[in-house]
Design a protein around this ligand. Structure first.
Ligand code: TXA
Ligand code: MG
Length: 320
């Protein structure tokens, strides 16, 4: 059985797979990651193959202890330390200058590296057991909806993974926020599990990087990232449409009054809480995408706190 409960024995087996150059999918507080030994370039190449991921898209390196930053990065300044101390372990990724220890394939040839210390207990135990940093993108085929359960990983990558550690549903549900610290000022490359408001409370103001097709810094910035296969349209406001199409689904923020107009309704948060909505986002999208619908309508959510990350994912999922 590829999907395994995270017993001590399973963690030891998973750590042995990582040490041997294999691939282990594991839960983090954000989404499931597809992990390999970050210091082993051949193991990291397997990640790109398994995901059909373009080689220009660099990987995040996961660590167990803050002081590993000094091995992987050059010039860890006060701002980096403040952010790490405030938000780690947790859903924040820092981009810093890379040390020679980090293989080129991990950073796709960039001279910077993205690092984070995850908060999920299974991820921490695996990192401790493997005793090496673990490079891990989200465990989905490139461009598709990120996995928030072990079953999502199994459905999407199945045989390509040596082992899937099952930690249940990811509590945060959207990927980490990525902050680039290499420009002398903090730049947000991806909205995610730590809100911009919380980051700004530590570093003052944060520049929000605009996606640029010419220079994609974080391919999470690619327009069609996180896409379901079914067409997705964001409604202008709550219930601005009564669909004529019989096979229309609704991704609702709160419990809707007019559910009968849709063949499937998924509710992100019955009480309208953006944190709960983020935790449910990708599971709801997976279910809608599997339902054989012609179109998925998505309600907008308030764009504060984690609502910003949710709207970012929805805009990218909405194809032109
Ligand atoms: O929450 C997360 O961050 C999850 C879990 C597994 O940790 N990981 C994740 O990885 O979302 P991935 O590969 O799906 O997204 C990582 C993003 C990509 O858009 C990549 O381009 C960006 O991080 N990235 C990695 N290294 C970078 C660098 N040196 N400079 C700029 N962006 C970088
Ligand atoms: Mg991803």
């Amino acid at each position: 059985m590829r999907i395994t409960d995270p017993t001590d024995e399973a963690i030891r087996a998973a750590a042995t797979i990582i040490r041997g150059g294999g691939l282990v999918a594991f839960p983090t507080e954000t989404v499931y990651g597809l992990g390999a030994d970050a210091l082993n370039p051949i193991a990291c190449a397997r990640i790109f193959e398994a995901k059909n991921r373009p080689r220009f898209d660099p990987l995040i390196v996961h660590i167990a202890q803050i002081d590993q930053l000094d091995d992987l990065c050059t010039a860890v300044d006060a701002m980096a330390r403040n952010l790490a101390e405030r938000f780690w372990p947790g859903p924040l990724t820092l981009v810093l200058g890379k040390s020679d220890l980090v293989p080129e394939i991990v950073t796709a040839g960039l001279d910077t590296v993205a690092v984070r210390m995850p908060a999920h207990a299974v991820a921490s135990r695996l990192l401790e057991g493997a005793d090496t940093p673990i490079a891990a993108p989200s465990a989905n085929p490139f461009g598709y909806i990120s996995p928030t359960t072990a079953q999502h990983v199994d459905e999407q990558l199945g045989e390509r993974v040596d082992m899937i550690l099952d930690g249940g549903q990811c509590p945060v549900g959207v990927e980490s926020s990525i902050v680039d610290l290499t420009a002398g000022r903090p730049v947000l490359l991806r909205a995610g599990g730590v809100s911009v408001e919380d980051i700004e409370a530590v570093v003052g103001s944060v520049e929000v990087s605009a996606a640029s097709p010419e220079r994609v810094l974080a391919p999470g910035q690619l327009r069609n990232h996180y896409s379901p296969r079914t067409r997705l349209v964001i409604l202008a406001s709550h219930h601005s449409c009564a669909p004529v199409n019989e096979r229309a689904g609704l991704l609702a923020f709160r419990t809707p009054a007019d559910a009968e107009h849709f063949s499937l309704v998924e509710v992100l948060s019955p009480a309208g809480d953006v944190r709960e909505a983020a935790a449910n986002l990708f599971s709801c999208l997976h279910r809608l995408d599997r339902a054989g619908l012609e179109i998925i309508y998505a309600e907008p959510v308030p764009e504060s706190g984690l609502g910003r990350a949710i709207m970012d994912r929805l805009r990218r999922a909405a194809r032109d």
